[in-house]
Write a new protein. Structure first.
Length: 402
C-alpha cells in the first residue's frame, strides 16, 4: 500500500513478512558488533563473511533483489543501480540522530537512494526512535515491523530520528548508487571466494562461527573510552538478559585473571558451556558466538516448533541433557561475568524471552533446537556453496533458480 504521492519518497506497509523480520533479528542478535555511533550495534554482510557466517547472507539475497527492483521502479531508473551497502542496524537507549541527509559527508556522495525496513515495533519493542522528514509528506514515520521507507539520499530528504528511550530499534538498511565502483556485491563475492577457498562440504561443521576480535564486541560505558574495565561484552550481555550464563573451567578463569595482558572476553573464543538456573547443558560449544547463535535461534523458533516428547528415542532423558554446576568435580566450572550488569540493563532494558517459553523451559527442548539450528545452518551453507560459482561469473549476488 502506497501512502505517499511525494515524488522523492515512498512508504510501503508489510513489505517484509513478520517471519523474515524475525529471521533477520536472529541474525543480528547472534552476530552483531559495536556500531558506528554511540549506542548502536551493526551487522554488515562483510562482517558475517569474516566470522565464517557467510551462509547467513542467503536470507538477504531475495530481499535485496526485491528492494532494488522497487527503488528502480519508483524512481524510474531501471537497470541503473548498484547496492552500495546492506546492513542490520540496531539503536539502543540514548541513540539518536539530528537533521541530516545521507550524503552530507564527502565520502558518501556516491549514495543516490536509501531504503529502511523496520524489523520490530515502536511502542512494543522500543520507545522513541520515530523517523522524521524535515519537509514534505509524510512528516513522520512510526516504525512498524515489515514496513519500508525509500527516499532519495540528498538534501530533498533531510531527516532525523528521535532518541531511543527504552528497548532496541532494529532496521535493515540499504543504500543504492549509480556508481559501479561502489558496488557492494563485487567486494562481497571476493571475500566469500577467499573464505570458502579451503572450505569443503566434507567438513563436518563448515558453518561454525569464528568470532572477530573481542574489541569488536566490547561495548564501553563511555563510547570515547576503550577501557575494558567498564562496559560489557555484547555476546555475554545478549545471553545474560535471556537468563543464560557462559561457563568456563575454574582453571581457565584463574589463568586468565593472572595474566594482565589477557581479558576475560578472550575466554569466549574458546570452548565453553551454557548454563541456566544452576544447571548446565551437557554439550560443549566451540566458542561464545556458537552458543549465542543457538540461544538466539531458540528465541526465534521455540514458539513455532511442536513440544518435544522428552521420552522419545530422539532425546536422552532430561537428567542426561543437563547437570548441576556442582557435578563437575575434576575441573569445576564457573560462570563468566563480562561486564557491568546495571549497564547491560540500561542499554538492553528488560529484554527476555516470552514468559510462556520461560516457564516451560527444559534442556531437552533446547537440545532439539540445537539440532534444528545445525540443520538450518547447513542448508544455508549448501545453498551458498551452490550459488557462489554463478555469483563469481556474473559478479553479482542473485537468487539461483534450481
Amino acid at each position: 500500500m502506497v501512502e505517499s504521492e511525494h515524488p522523492l519518497r515512498l512508504i510501503l506497509h508489510d513489505f517484509l513478512s513478520l517471519n523474515l523480520c524475525k529471521e533477520l533479528e536472529f541474525i543480528h542478535k547472534s552476530c552483531c558488533a559495536v556500531g558506528y555511533r554511540p549506542n548502536v550495534f551493526s551487522t554488515t554482510l562483510s562482517h558475517l563473511i569474516a566470522t565464517n557466517c557467510g551462509h547467513l547472507l542467503i536470507p538477504f539475497v531475495s530481499i535485496r533483489e526485491r528492494l532494488k527492483d522497487k527503488v528502480e521502479e519508483f524512481f524510474g531508473c531501471e537497470y541503473e543501480l548498484f547496492i552500495e551497502f546492506t546492513g542490520l542496524i540496531s539503536w539502543t537507549k540514548g541513540a539518536s540522530i539530528g537533521w541530516h541527509s545521507d550524503d552530507n559527508r564527502s565520502y558518501l556522495k556516491q549514495r543516490d537512494f536509501a531504503a529502511v525496513c523496520y524489523l520490530n515495533n515502536h511502542g512494543k519493542d522500543f520507545e522513541g526512535g520515530v523517523f522524521h522528514f524535515q519537509e514534505g509528506e509524510p512528516t513522520s514515520v512510526v516504525p512498524v515491523a515489515g514496513d519500508l521507507v525509500i527516499y532519495t539520499a540528498d538534501s530533498c530528504n533531510i531527516h532525523s530520528v528521535d532518541e531511543i528511550t527504552e528497548g532496541e530499534r532494529l532496521t535493515l538498511t540499504l543504500w543504492f548508487t549509480r556508481d559501479s565502483s561502489h558496488d557492494e556485491d563485487v567486494k562481497l563475492i571476493s571475500l566469500l571466494s577467499q573464505t570458502l577457498l579451503s572450505c569443503s562440504l566434507d567438513r563436518p561443521f563448515p558453518y561454525l562461527p569464528l568470532p572477530a576480535s573481542s574489541n569488536m564486541y566490547w561495548f564501553p560505558q563511555d563510547q570515547a573510552s576503550h577501557d575494558h574495565q567498564e562496559g560489557f561484552d555484547i555476546r555475554w550481555a545478549r545471553i545474560h538478559v535471556l537468563h543464560y550464563t557462559f561457563n568456563a573451567s575454574d582453571r581457565k578463569i584463574n589463568n586468565a585473571t593472572s595474566d594482565l595482558s589477557f581479558h576475560l572476553s578472550e575466554l569466549l573464543m574458546e570452548p565453553l558451556r551454557l548454563g541456566r538456573e544452576n544447571e548446565l547443558l551437557n554439550k560443549e560449544f566451540v566458542n561464545g558466538l556458537h552458543a549465542l547463535q543457538v540461544v538466539q535461534f531458540y528465541c526465534w523458533k521455540a514458539t513455532e516448533l511442536p513440544a518435544v516428547n522428552i521420552i522419545s528415542k530422539e532425546f536422552r532423558k532430561l537428567t542426561e541433557l543437563s547437570c548441576s554446576l556442582e557435578d563437575f568435580k575434576n575441573d569445576r566450572l564457573k560462570v563468566i561475568f563480562l561486564g557491568d550488569q546495571q549497564h547491560v540493563q540500561s542499554v538492553f532494558g528488560s529484554e527476555s524471552s516470552d514468559e510462556k517459553m520461560q516457564s516451560s523451559f527444559n534442556w531437552a527442548y533446547f537440545a532439539s533446537l540445537v539440532a534444528a539450528w545445525e540443520d538450518y545452518s547447513l542448508q544455508l551453507h549448501k545453498e551458498l556453496v551452490t550459488s557462489l560459482p554463478h555469483w563469481r561469473t556474473n559478479q553479482s549476488i542473485f537468487t539461483i533458480v534450481t
